[in-house]
Design a protein around this ligand. Structure first.
Ligand SMILES: [Zn+2]
Length: 229
C-alpha cells in the first residue's frame, strides 16, 4: 500500500510503501472503481461510505466530483451536495478558514507540516519521531490543534509512518477519494476541522481490531502526552 501523495520538496524521497491493499468498508461502487489496483475485495461495508469520485487528478476536479466527494464525508448531507459545503471540501476549507498565505505564516516554523497539511506532500518514511512514540497521550492536528488520534489506537505497522486503527472519533476526520495516482485509488484522510491533509486509510490494519490502517504523516500531527505518561 501507499501512504503517499506528492512528496515534500525537502527531506523526502520517492516512496513506495509496502503492500497494495487499500481502504476497507467500501461501497459496491467504490469496490468496482478500486478493483483495478487491489486483490483484496472482502468488502465489509458499513454506513460510513467511502465512494471514490471519477477524478483523474485532484487538480481537475469539478463540481460534480466535489459533490461525490462530499458523500464520503462523515458529515455528508443530501442538502449540501450542490452547495458551498461541497466546494469547501474540495477547496480544503474546514471550520478553520485561512488562506494559503495565512497557513504558510502560521506554520512558518514547521515547513514540512505546511507542505503536508496544505499541499498533500508526504514525509519520508521513518523520518518522524512520532513513528516510534509509545507514550500514552493524544495526537493532535499540527494545523489547528484538535485531537485526532488516541495513543491506544496507535500500532507499529512497519511502514515508517505513524499508524492508527481508528481516529479519536469518526467525526474527527474527513475521508475523501484520492485519484492523484490514477491507477491506485486511495482514500485520503483529512482533519475535519481544518481539512488539512493527514495521510490515507487502508484496509490492511490489525484484523483483531478494526482492520484499518490510518497511515499518517507524522509532521501533520503533534503529540500531547498524558499527565502521567
Ligand atoms: Zn486540523
Amino acid at each position: 500500500m501507499h501512504c503517499i501523495g506528492r512528496v515534500a520538496p525537502v527531506n523526502v524521497a520517492p516512496i513506495a510503501a509496502p503492500g497494495t491493499k487499500r481502504t476497507a468498508r467500501r461501497t459496491a461502487a467504490a469496490r468496482q472503481l478500486c478493483r483495478a489496483g487491489s486483490s483484496d475485495e472482502d468488502g465489509n461495508d458499513d454506513d460510513r461510505e467511502r465512494r471514490p469520485a471519477q477524478m483523474p487528478r485532484r487538480k481537475l476536479i469539478n463540481l460534480a466530483a466535489a459533490t461525490t466527494a462530499l458523500v464520503v464525508s462523515n458529515k455528508a448531507n443530501a442538502n449540501e451536495f450542490a452547495g458551498d459545503a461541497a466546494m469547501a471540501i474540495m477547496n480544503r476549507v474546514g471550520k478553520v478558514k485561512m488562506s494559503d498565505d495565512e497557513w504558510k505564516a502560521k506554520l512558518r516554523d514547521e515547513p514540512y507540516a505546511y507542505e503536508v497539511l496544505r499541499h498533500e506532500a508526504t514525509e519520508r518514511p521513518f523520518s518522524s519521531p512520532l513513528n516510534t512514540e509509545k507514550r500514552t497521550g493524544t495526537f493532535t492536528c499540527a494545523g489547528c490543534g484538535v485531537p485526532l488520534f488516541k495513543s491506544s489506537a496507535k500500532y507499529d505497522s512497519g511502514t515508517g509512518w505513524p499508524s492508527f486503527v481508528e481516529p479519536i472519533t469518526p467525526a474527527a476526520v474527513t475521508e475523501v477519494p484520492d485519484y492523484s495516482i490514477i491507477f491506485l485509488p486511495r482514500t485520503e484522510v483529512r482533519c475535519a476541522n481544518c481539512q488539512g491533509h493527514l495521510g490515507h486509510v487502508f484496509d490492511d490494519g490489525p484484523r483483531d481490531r478494526t482492520g484499518l490502517r490510518y497511515c499518517m504523516n507524522g509532521v501533520s500531527l503533534h503529540f500531547e502526552p498524558a499527565a502521567d505518561a
